[in-house]
Ligand binder design. Structure first.
Ligand code: SIN
Ligand code: CO
Length: 383
């Protein structure tokens, strides 16, 4: 297990004093850090159809021009020598060595993770002063980047009108740092920041997702509503003679609030929706021909470990002695002790050793494993 990237600060102290509260710079958070991929490899990813990538040019057709990938070789060849940045999302889904960086963040709930974005910038390249809605840990991978950090901004902060990017037109610099490889800067949501490359550089951004209240309300109410029959309706058997026929009186609002509360306060529905929502993968998992039976799989995969797909997301919730495993947007109820243990092992370690899964004999646990394998969430690591 990797040490958290907090230097001498304990995870408890970080959570108490910095998480979602204030920026933190840790010099040599990962000592002797070697970038898990090169600029050429990053550019190679940006050529792929299913990879989300962007290029930001400080002086393109308009200031801070945004170009969206996938790109081709000639797109790169036509770029100016400086002042542009290539940004590739979800590199953790595509590159196992980048995915392994997540082990540094075991001190946070894993379902809060959004993705690992990696940027390559030419000299002076930046995406302009801005703020994000997500917490982000910026790890300097190669070269140097100068980070200027400001106060908290929000939707009312003035932004530039001459670009599609959200760039602050007024940016106050409170801190100014040059990051070297292995240094880490944590920024809570809303904190203004501006990172400009000092020579060529690469930066790794580990971002944590936080659904907006709008998303929570809209998606949860959709989730509940989808499961309600048309026959459940507003009802008013207690209606008395109205004083004025057009008035919506307090009793009508009380009845509506009772209906809303009854559904919204259902915690098991809330858990199911949230678990499924927070484990939605960013990309569909590649699925091979499904195994027809546990025996067929077991014969073929004798002695190999089962590992979590890099793009998969897991979470679980314990309720009344059983456990619901959420995997890539699906919910699996685990009742027997074996299934509960195995699900937790998988969530904790992202893998099951051959001993762990071979010893499973009960029907429920085998069914769970087969479902996870056939959906592409876990796969046998054939050497
Ligand atoms: C970058 O890596 O260039 C930008 C990261 C950020 O500011 O969020
Ligand atoms: Co940012």
């Amino acid at each position: 297990m990797k040490q958290p990237i907090l230097g001498s600060l304990s995870p408890e102290a970080f959570l108490q004093s910095y998480w979602q509260k204030k920026p933190l710079l840790i010099r040599q958070a990962i000592p002797d850090f070697q970038s898990p991929l090169s600029a050429d490899e990053l550019a190679g990813l940006a050529l792929e159809e299913e990879v989300e990538s962007r290029i930001v040019l400080e002086q393109g057709e308009n200031p801070w021009e945004l170009r969206r990938g996938p790109f081709n070789e000639s797109d790169f060849a036509s770029l100016p020598p400086s002042h542009w940045t290539l940004l590739v999302q979800a590199v953790d889904h595509w590159v196992p060595d980048v995915h392994s960086l997540l082990d540094y963040f075991d001190f946070l709930p894993s379902w809060r993770l959004e993705d690992i974005m990696i940027s390559y910038a030419t000299d002076g390249g930046s995406v302009g002063p801005h703020y994000d809605h997500f917490d982000v840990f910026l790890i300097q991978a190669e070269g140097q980047r100068r980070w200027q950090v400001g106060p908290v901004y929000d939707a009312s902060s003035p932004k530039r009108e001459d670009t599609d990017l959200h760039i602050l037109s007024e940016f106050e610099v409170l801190e100014d740092y040059v990051l070297e490889p292995g240094d880490m800067l944590y920024l809570p949501p809303g904190i203004g920041h501006h990172g400009a490359a000092d020579g060529e550089c690469m930066t790794i951004s580990v971002g944590f997702r936080a659904p907006s209240h709008r998303e929570i309300l809209m998606q949860f109410t959709d989730f509940i509503a989808d499961q309600l029959p048309e026959s459940l309706r507003y009802s008013d058997p207690d209606q008395t003679l109205p004083e004025q026929k057009a008035e919506i009186d307090d009793q009508a609002l009380d009845r509506l609030q009772t209906i809303l509360k009854e559904h919204i306060e259902d915690r098991s529905m809330l858990a199911e929706w949230f678990g499924e929502m927070m484990t939605q993968p960013k990309h569909e998992q590649p699925v091979d021909e499904p195994w027809q039976s546990w025996e067929a799989f077991k014969d073929e995969a004798e002695g190999v470990d089962l590992v979590l797909n890099e793009g998969s997301r897991l979470a679980f919730r314990k309720e009344n002695g059983s456990l619901i495993l959420f995997a890539d947007g699906d919910a699996y109820e685990c009742h027997c002790a074996n299934a509960v243990n195995l699900a937790q092992q998988l969530c904790q370690n992202s893998q099951l050793t051959s001993d762990q899964w071979h010893s499973v004999v009960d029907h429920e646990t085998r069914g769970l494993l087969l479902d996870l394998i056939n959906s592409g969430c876990i796969y046998p690591l054939f050497k």
